[in-house]
Design a protein around this ligand. Sequence first.
Ligand SMILES: Nc1ncnc2c1ncn2[C@@H]1O[C@H](COP(=O)(O)OP(=O)(O)OP(=O)(O)O)[C@@H](O)[C@H]1O
Length: 358
Amino acid sequence: MSGIRASFGIERSGFRLDVDLSLPGQGVTALFGHSGSGKTTLLRAIAGLERAPGGYFALGDEVWQDERRGLFVPTHLRPLGYVFQEASLFDHLSVEGNLEFGRRRIPEAERRFRPAEVAGLLGIGSLLGRRPASLSGGERQRVAIARALLTAPRLLLMDEPLAALDLKRKLEILPYLERLHDELAIPIIYVSHAPDEVARLADHLVLLDAGSVVASGPLTETLARADLPPAFADDAGVVVAAVVAAHEADDLTRLDFAGGSILVARRPEAIGHRLRCRIHARDVSLALDKPQASSILNVFRATVSAIAATDTPGQVLVQLYVGATPLLARITGRSRRVLDLQVGRGVWAQVKAVALLG
Ligand SMILES: Nc1ncnc2c1ncn2[C@@H]1O[C@H](COP(=O)(O)OP(=O)(O)OP(=O)(O)O)[C@@H](O)[C@H]1O
């Protein structure tokens, strides 16, 4: 399958969704934006639950909607799975009954997974005899995802599937979502307003603001942009793909990335394990000379590639490259002047904190 095309103009009182997107046909695409930016409306339009003149949607060469040709496949005939914030399970059926319901919705010839396989993937094999009312929020959500998968979807839509869960349940379910990502060849469109969730799971990122797309591109590249609207600069930071390279003395682990390595507090993962790290722009500071006596372990030679204003008076966002890896640093306008930072200039970047995303 090649990519996904989605083009919608949907008018509401005081709000207009206006998007024309080309998305990859595999991996996780995150729709990210503030409350009211139109994420759910876009997901509903993709599902065929919102209809407006001129709408177009295609998954590879399967066109589900092309209003100009009078084509509109109704939601129940679209091979998609939709997982909501709150799992809507049938309480009168056991977990197994709920899964069976999903499987029976489609003809035998179209079934792609066996219930045992899906139950294994989502770690719910021991829950099959239970009633949904006796499950935790995280378990219910895993059952809802399993049921959606048994309908053999060609596309999985997830609307803040973790938002109703507390942190402990969120952390419990994230590895299962990662497994979906790694083991299934089903594209997932994932709505979230939690930056860490997006940083951990997504491959492609769409930023929505007031119904419009302000950026759409590969996750690492898009997060590293210094020119995003100020509303997104507040929480600016990059995601770096790294691999566990060595466990060192002093309870440290060394992670290698394209262009360097970074030391973090000792990790349990084996050498060779891949991890994503998030480095916030506010945790990166810059110097012209290599800092000699510093408590900060991670200092990199870097080259300034862009400088942009933020909406915080007196602060700028600096994009730099450490080898092939971009970083962002949020510094004051005064520091920029004192250091005479210009595009192309070599600097030393000190990274004060690294968040490991598992
Ligand atoms: N049924 C509706 N009728 C009229 N306006 C609506 C309807 N549903 C949503 N809206 C409006 O459309 C806009 C976008 O809403 P939407 O739910 O898509 O945003 P969102 O980004 O998903 O927000 P959140 O993160 O809070 O879920 C909002 O201004 C909302 O008030």
